[in-house]
Design a protein around this ligand. Structure first.
Ligand SMILES: Cc1cc2nc3c(=O)[nH]c(=O)nc-3n(C[C@H](O)[C@H](O)[C@H](O)COP(=O)(O)OP(=O)(O)OC[C@H]3O[C@@H](n4cnc5c(N)ncnc54)[C@H](O)[C@@H]3O)c2cc1C
Length: 229
């Protein structure tokens, strides 16, 4: 039976505001599934790089993909730190010091595996498309042999993982609460604009439901208590 929590390791044990950090799979999965962009941190010849890129979660694996000519494509078997961040609001305090953000983030540590098996590779690439727009992979042309050969897919098993979540109003210093300065939270959410058809699109092609009804509708966490940066 799958354990509901990721094991806390020395590397994932929170030292700063540990009450904010969670290791349960449900919280981690929800953040990964709502996010679009991950940042992949790794080191080459002592130089750290952090590459923003797309991804998808399938079960307990994060799939990354890139051109075989990109750094991501060239470095299977590398130690990485992958983060995903959702920004839920700007936290405006009475003092400059206590300004903050409401967020949900995930950090995953581990070693990537190059995906060579054609079936797993194809499923991973389909998952990347589905992650962005659910329902789309069934309607688009799949990758051909040349495209698949030019695409490297890496798998990162979710083993050393943590989530961190900040919710709620600003936490000012007690004497500052009497200051006549507006304080509170400016909520932020990702919402789509009107779809813009490709100028080269045949005008007889209708807007598909998966575009018309696209949304990222996960409920935003709302904290009631006070919370520190
Ligand atoms: C949008 C956003 C804005 C932020 N702004 C600030 C800021 O202005 N100042 C500030 O000090 N911090 C900020 N943070 C929090 C920041 O990400 C770190 O948690 C914090 O700096 C402590 O880092 P640390 O390595 O010292 O923590 P430690 O407690 O030493 O980290 C130990 C372990 O806890 C886990 N962990 C720590 N942070 C996170 C995280 N964010 N997500 C998932 N797991 C985590 C990791 O497994 C990490 O290895 C922000 C986070 C986000 C997402």
């Amino acid at each position: 039976m799958e354990v509901a929590r990721y094991r806390t390791t020395e590397r994932t044990r929170a030292r700063r505001l540990p009450e904010r950090v969670a290791y349960d799979r449900a919280t981690v999965h929800a953040i990964l599934d709502e996010g679009f962009i991950c940042h992949v941190g790794f080191q080459v010849d002592g130089q750290p790089y952090v590459v923003p890129t797309g991804y998808a979660r399938v079960g307990e694996t994060i799939y990354l993909h890139g051109s075989t000519g990109s750094r991501i494509g060239l470095w299977p078997g590398m130690d990485v730190c992958v983060t995903v961040t959702l920004l839920d609001g700007l936290v405006l305090a009475r003092s400059a010091f206590h300004h903050s953000m409401n967020y949900r983030s995930v950090m995953a540590l581990g070693r990537t595996r190059s995906v060579g098996d054609p079936d797993e590779k194809e499923a991973a690439l389909r998952a990347v498309v589905e992650h962005i727009v659910p329902g789309r992979s069934a309607e688009v042309r799949g990758g051909d042999r040349r495209e698949l050969a030019a695409t490297a897919v890496l798998a990162l098993p979710l083993t050393e993982v943590s989530a961190k979540v900040r919710t709620g109003p600003p936490k000012d210093d007690e004497p500052d609460y009497v200051l006549p300065i507006w304080a509170g939270v400016l909520p932020l959410a990702l919402s789509p604009g009107s779809p813009e058809p490709d100028p080269l699109l045949d005008s007889s092609v209708p807007l598909p439901p998966h575009v018309a009804s696209w949304s990222r509708q996960a409920p935003r966490p709302r904290g009631r208590g006070r919370s520190a940066r």
